[in-house]
Design a protein around this ligand. Structure first.
Ligand code: C5P
Length: 226
């Protein structure tokens, strides 16, 4: 059967990764959370106390980062590893969330991540979610979905997830982080977040996870069978 690549882009906390993971499972495709790669790079830069204006140090640091996705046998989910350590949980912390968009705006960082993402997608059968997948990483993807949702709905969903890990977190903090990331991501110079011309828009403010999944799976099957 024909294999395709599926690009899922959109605003922060729209449920892109959840839907991408479900689609990959249903189609037996590889799921890649490209945001996890930028978060892991940001984590490394924080650990190394790197100055984001020091381009030479950044180039050098990128040469020392090895990223991979490995399946967690208990959950069946792909998790991100950096330099031999599983960092899937660490990268979700607020400190990383507050720095990641500045890190992801650096040209050398994007070149580093995009090259690896394109390699993963070269044999097709990949569902990747992020901000620039349909525009830059896989401009030839057969199916591109641009996800959006009302900001308050997004804050509420993200708050539920984060407060389970950090009970001290507030909705104001979560909202400020989402809005600042969305602003930085959509206004940066290199590969800003924007809908690819040929992407279909999925606004899930009023959809259940099942409804949006069924819709996306139908679009995917139409492309696979066309
Ligand atoms: O997807 P997630 O919200 O985990 O991504 C974290 C951050 O990584 C985003 O806010 C954005 O700054 C960056 N990112 C990006 N390009 C991608 C995926 C994520 O710039 N393809």
């Amino acid at each position: 059967m024909k294999k395709i690549n599926i690009a899922i882009d959109g605003w922060s906390s729209c449920g892109k990764s959840t839907m991408a993971r479900q689609l990959a499972k249903a189609l037996n495709y590889i799921f890649i959370d490209s945001g996890a790669m930028y978060r892991a790079i940001a984590l490394y830069f924080i650990q190394q106390k790197l100055d984001l204006n020091d381009h030479i140090a950044i180039e050098k640091a990128l040469g020392n980062i090895s990223l991979s996705f490995q399946k967690n046998i208990q959950t069946g989910n792909n998790e991100i590893w950096m330099n031999g350590e599983n960092v899937e949980q660490l990268i979700r912390e607020m400190e990383v969330a507050s720095k990641v968009s500045a890190v992801a705006a650096i040209k050398a960082v994007r070149a580093f991540a995009v090259a690896q993402q394109q390699l993963i997608g070269k044999n097709k059968g990949v569902v990747m979610d992020g901000r620039d997948i349909g525009t830059t990483v896989f401009p030839e993807a057969e199916l591109k979905i641009f996800m959006t949702a009302n900001v308050d709905v997004r804050v509420e969903r993200r708050f539920k997830e984060l407060s389970a890990i950090n009970p001290l977190i507030t909705t104001e903090e979560v909202k400020a982080n989402l809005q600042s990331r969305d602003h930085l991501d959509s206004t940066r110079e290199v590969s800003p977040l924007k809908k690819a011309e040929d992407a279909v828009v999925l606004d899930n403010s009023e959809l259940s996870p099942e409804e949006q999944f069924e819709m996306a799976l139908r679009w995917a099957n139409e492309k696979i069978n066309s």
